[in-house]
Design a protein around this ligand. Structure first.
Ligand code: SF4
Ligand code: SF4
Length: 71
């Protein structure tokens, strides 16, 4: 597993739209983000970077440096 936890989610849905491998879904009961397919996480950090309330934690032991390409 690489995405670790979601705490303090306000249910904006940004991470659900952002994740390229569909790891996160909005829980229909709570309206908040839920880690649904953690085994598919590619540790890209996009969900963490775009979350407006910094609710997402990625497991540090498996994190890789963020690589941003402009070209
Ligand atoms: S780190 Fe990347 S692949 Fe993993 S849950 Fe977040 S957006 Fe999806
Ligand atoms: S981006 Fe952050 S606040 Fe928005 S749904 Fe995802 S975890 Fe919740």
């Amino acid at each position: 597993m690489s995405i670790k936890s979601i705490n303090g989610c306000i249910g904006c849905g940004t991470c659900v739209k952002t994740c390229p491998t569909d790891v996160i879904r909005l829980d229909l009961k709570t309206g908040k983000a839920k880690i649904t397919f953690p085994e598919d996480c590619q540790i890209c950090h996009l969900c963490r970077m775009y979350c407006p309330v910094d609710a997402i934690t990625i497991s540090p032991e498996k994190s890789i440096p963020v690589i941003i390409s402009w070209g």
